[in-house]
Design a protein around this ligand. Structure first.
Ligand code: FE2
Length: 284
């Protein structure tokens, strides 16, 4: 029987890559976050992960639930939303069509229509590419990317998360689940996009709620966290409606999850959003 062997909520901000460029004013500023992603990748490989399933809050869908079921993900990526930040980033990663199809099958059994696509021109988005760049640099493990639907409900995204867990069990895979998205996500308006945008959260309310969320996770108060998650996603400008977090917690058992939350880098602002990497430990 397959198993989830690693689960994490991670940052994917473009400033990670900017901070590695020689001469960048951000040089070195994201070292802690980069280290956190590399460490998660190291742990995943150490645990024999076959496939990363990435809940991607940059693959936004207006029309329902989608999974990239390609056997190979290969391309050169320039971000449409931030072409000055991510340009010509090459990726070449194996996919996992069997697991992708199984997720869609399990979701349909629970009356959620999910489409698993094998379309070679369907590329990956940077919510998947950036974490994989650091966590799966040598392309050793397969990658399945899951879109974040914009017009849906918490209940439907929970069903998708449940389907992922069932599919992992059915497919005899060791899987790492990656919720790729920010905590709060109000970005600074254009006129405030100066250097301070990299170092400040755009809303003190959001910053305070993010810090409270990290505290709840540290104290394993997940029952309270998932109870506030629908409001948190709306009131703190959730990236992709925080679909990544909803799907991750659903796959882990929602309010029945009781594992340790291990924060792997300091909470940090990026363009006004709140960012972090946290592993949610699952029983070995
Ligand atoms: Fe993002």
């Amino acid at each position: 029987m397959g198993k989830i062997v690693l689960a994490a909520k991670v940052t994917h901000v473009p400033s990670l890559m900017l901070s590695e460029r020689e001469g960048s004013p951000l040089k070195g500023m994201r070292d802690g976050a980069i280290k956190s992603l590399r460490e998660l990748g190291r742990r995943a490989h150490e645990r024999g992960v076959d496939t990363f399933v990435v809940f991607d809050t940059h693959w936004l869908s207006n029309f329902g639930y989608h999974i990239n079921a390609n056997a190979r993900h290969k391309g050169s990526y320039t971000s449409h939303e931030a072409p000055h930040m991510i340009q010509n980033l090459g990726y070449d990663l194996p996919g996992d069509p069997i697991l992708a199809e199984q997720i869609a099958t399990e979701a349909r059994k629970m009356s959620l229509n999910v489409l698993a696509h094998k379309v070679q021109t369907l590329g990956l988005e940077y919510g998947t590419i950036v974490p994989m760049h650091y966590m799966n640099a040598d392309g050793r493990a397969n990658v399945v990317s899951v879109a974040s639907p914009l017009f849906t409900s918490v209940d439907e995204s929970r069903t998708l998360g449940d389907a992922v867990r069932r599919a992992v069990e059915a497919c005899d895979r060791k899987v790492a689940l990656i919720a790729s998205g920010s905590l709060s996500h109000r970005l600074w308006p254009n006129k405030n996009l100066g250097p301070e945008a990299w170092t400040t959260v755009a809303s003190e309310f959001n910053r305070q709620v993010d810090l409270r969320v990290l505290e709840l996770w540290q104290q394993r108060r997940y029952k309270e966290f998932v109870a506030m998650l629908p409001d948190y996603a709306v009131k703190c400008n959730g990236e992709g409606g925080m679909a990544d977090t909803i799907m991750l917690f659903a796959a882990l058992g929602w309010d029945a999850y009781a594992g340790e939350a291990e924060q792997l880098c300091d909470y940090f602002p990026s363009s006004g959003s709140g960012q972090v990497s946290v592993e949610f430990h699952v029983p070995a």
